[in-house]
Design a protein around this ligand. Sequence first.
Ligand code: KG4
Ligand code: ZN
Length: 340
Amino acid sequence: MPVILGIESSCDETAAALVKNGKLLANIVAGQEVHRQWGGVIPELASRAHQQHIVPVIDQTLKESKILPSEIDAVAFTRGPGLLGSLLVGTSFAKAFALALGKPLIEVNHMQAHILAHFIRKTEDGSGKTEPSFPFLCLTVSGGHTQLVRAEDPYTFRVLGETIDDAAGEAFDKTAKILGLPYPGGPLIDKNAVNGNADAFHFPEANIPGLNYSFSGLKTSVMYFVRDELKKDEKFLEKRMNDICASVQFTIIKTLLHKLEKAADAEGIKSIGLAGGVSANSGLRTALTVLGKKKNWNTFIPPFEYCTDNAAMIAMAGHFKFLKGEFADQSVSPLPRYHL
Ligand code: KG4
Ligand code: ZN
């Protein structure tokens, strides 16, 4: 009956969670408003905010789960990938806490944890919940990553393709910035796109070989398009905002699903998952469901709170590693470029 404390601090969310025998007892996330005014995450401000948030977040997690520190069997934490200063706060706290408790440490790869978010349970036996069966294919789309991963089992992952430049979330956020929308722009593009015409404007899909992605060209083409249209009509953005958002979103989704379909066909896999913050996008969720029906796939999308950065997924990854006895020692340090 392992009780695992999970700690996440890779970017701009300070989070902690407790999982007991695979069942989630508490999941606390503290966001950082300080970045909004800058239009993106400022690393130095993020690490300072983590330092302020980490103790209250852990405290609230323990209180909510009604677990005493002495009942914790292991402390799992995000080792990377992420911002060095941010990772240092979670790693240092985890090491000190594990040392004080005399309990083992478990280091977790943040991208593996996003995939293992599919296995977060509200009950110990998983009743009432459907989960992907291994092997499955996962499209992980966040602000920092875009990866197509074949998950063999909870410990074995193979990256089949990934972005060579911007992540899908960055494509949303950078486009939003060009359109004058605040950070993070992804949710706003999603909202505007609902009332827009996706065929109104055409943006090119990057022609990258294999299963890799590229999104930096899209941002550039939106930038030149908007510049040219504004020369003709200075009210262009006001008049056509919904149509631009719908057209850009359509291009991102088409690109994402195009390679996902290619990968699923090549691997002969019909169990398909979606993970990461961009999986909150309503257009992507609908398009995946439609494509899944057409291809006869079983599709899985975790609830929104487990798609964006959280510690429930870190505790869950820690749970699996605990079962295998995979522990880290006190010399462990963050890996900002931790590969899957
Ligand atoms: O996984 P996440 O919370 O943090 C990272 O690890 O990056 O993902 C954040 C990203 C941001 O780029 C945000 O704009 C995007 O997810 N996002 C969305 C939506 N909700 C969040 N993008 C498009 N549509 C949404 N509804
Ligand atoms: Zn993430």
